[in-house]
Design a protein around this ligand. Sequence first.
Ligand code: IPD
Ligand code: CA
Ligand code: CA
Ligand code: CA
Length: 258
Amino acid sequence: MLYEEIIKNVKLAGGMINNTAASESEIYNKEGFSNFVTDYDKKVQDFLVRKMKELLPDAAFLAEENEIQQSLGKGDCFIIDPIDGTTNFIFDYKNSCISLGLAKRGEMVFGVVYNPYTEELYTAEKGHGAYRNGNRIHCSTKGLEENIAAFGCARYNSDDTDLIFDFAKCLYLHSLGVRNGGSSAIDLCRVASGSNGIYVELLLQPWDYAAASLIINEAGGKITQIDGSKIFLDKPCSILAGGSICWEESLELWKSLI
Ligand code: IPD
Ligand code: CA
Ligand code: CA
Ligand code: CA
């Protein structure tokens, strides 16, 4: 019932950006080059925070906008990216999503990622598998050479530009090709459904990957930091996520690069 209510509200939040031209919104600059936020990011987040508080009044929140960054704590914590893919939203790419995860005692228990443009709803409850629109999904069980590799890079994290592009080239040479979709949460969910064999990005925030991390784990894949260590939900991480064989092969490629 709780999870059904969460899904209902995430879909409503998706409806707030679908059929919306970002040109109708104010666009503001955040810290760093090419780092934007719109009124819609804030509106969607305010809506979700209000609705989630009605469902779990004692929950903490870790959310991208408006500096709602409470600690995960020992109870429930919602980890929310109101629009993942804000630049895509501004440029009408129709490849953005709402990402909402629920952690209990610091561990993910529920995750939902909704792309309102394609109406793809990815969900996972701990121990109960991963789903897209109600159908079970699984990570790829094949290697890189039989898969697409995806990567992300943001201009405002440009310190590691050479490194991520060197790695992307390396993945390109060992896979069927590379993609860069502009929404890390969608690309991570595409790992869970087997569309992407691997996804890599240096320096993501917990709201980018929290919900998708459970979806990937429940789809039989691996999501770790880039060096193979466990991810954190309360601080930024560089992420390597894939089906188990792609993940192992990519980790080896990464190690050979640095
Ligand atoms: C960004 C997107 C993008 C990724 C960036 C993220 P935002 O999130 O996920 O794909 O490359 O690192 O910050 O700002 O659009 O929510
Ligand atoms: Ca952002
Ligand atoms: Ca994001
Ligand atoms: Ca965002």
